[in-house]
Design a binder for this molecule. Structure first.
Ligand SMILES: Nc1ncnc2c1ncn2[C@@H]1O[C@H](COP(=O)(O)OP(=O)(O)OP(=O)(O)O)[C@@H](O)[C@H]1O
Length: 237
């Protein structure tokens, strides 16, 4: 297992959406500790709270109760302004939809982030890391779905975030393309040491994790530790 310090300490995390009869308990007192450099895969049925946990840890949403400490600092008591700084300085997000700017090239899409980051990779370096060093001047419409997702990954990691959150990053891709995207993510975590949390419906991705959290009804129902992480070359989707 990793010999590193605590990245996230999550205690009693509860999220209730809505009120009265429309109330949904998305998280029911989640306790989990995540270490720096860990790769975590979150699995579980639709609606079991995976994205809600990711969004709260990423500072995109706030809990109803409980605490999230990032390197010892409690996100749940931060002002909106501090939470914005936390997101800007520490967090990268990759979603199922690539959300690239259609009028900008791959390089320019990544530069949108590198221009405002403190110690970024060069956009070209970030694109090189995800295997798109030859596609800098291409527009999103000139790239395949998997290539567009890799631009989105380059954009997310160019600021060298401490944590990378991926919500169904391969959800819109076929298995061959998914493996290319997973290879790019794997290279990022290995070369930059980024902590990564990935929500997926694809059980076959689980061997890539140090630890797999199985969600059920807003809780972590079961946790599986992989003694050895598989490489993307070794899994079949
Ligand atoms: N903004 C919101 N308003 C109201 N309910 C919400 C909101 N976001 C999520 N929920 C509800 O909270 C519960 C948990 O949702 P969440 O998206 O975390 O699940 P999930 O495990 O990520 O599901 P999926 O695999 O389908 O993405 C669901 O019942 C969902 O409908």
């Amino acid at each position: 297992m990793l010999n590193s310090s605590t990245c996230f300490e999550v205690t009693g995390l509860t999220k209730i959406y809505g009120e009265g009869s429309a109330q949904v308990r998305a998280l029911r007192g989640v306790d989990v500790t995540i270490r720096d450099g860990e790769v975590i895969v979150l699995l579980g049925p639709s609606g079991s709270g995976k994205s809600t946990l990711l969004n709260i840890l990423g500072g995109l949403d706030t809990p109803t109760d409980g605490h999230v400490f990032y390197h010892g600092v409690d996100l749940t008591t931060m002002s909106d302004r501090d939470l914005t700084s936390y997101r800007r300085d520490n967090v990268g997000f990759v979603f199922q939809n690539y959300n690239l700017m259609p009028g900008l090239t791959a390089e320019e899409n990544v530069e949108l982030v590198t221009e405002i980051a403190a110690n970024p990779l060069k956009a070209a370096e970030a694109l090189e890391l995800v295997g798109l060093g030859e596609r800098l001047r291409h527009f999103p419409s000139e790239l395949s779905g998997g290539e567009q997702q890799r631009v989105a990954i380059a954009r997310a990691i160019a600021k060298r975030p401490g944590v990378l959150f991926c919500d169904e990053p391969t959800g819109a891709l076929d298995s061959t393309t998914s493996l290319k995207v997973l290879r790019a993510l794997n290279r990022v975590v290995e070369e930059l040491g980024t902590t990564m949390l990935m929500v997926t419906h694809h059980q076959g991705i689980a061997p890539l994790a140090h630890r797999v959290l199985h969600f059920k009804d807003g809780s972590v129902d079961r946790e599986v530790i992989n003694e050895t992480r598989a490489r993307p070359e070794d899994i079949h989707l």
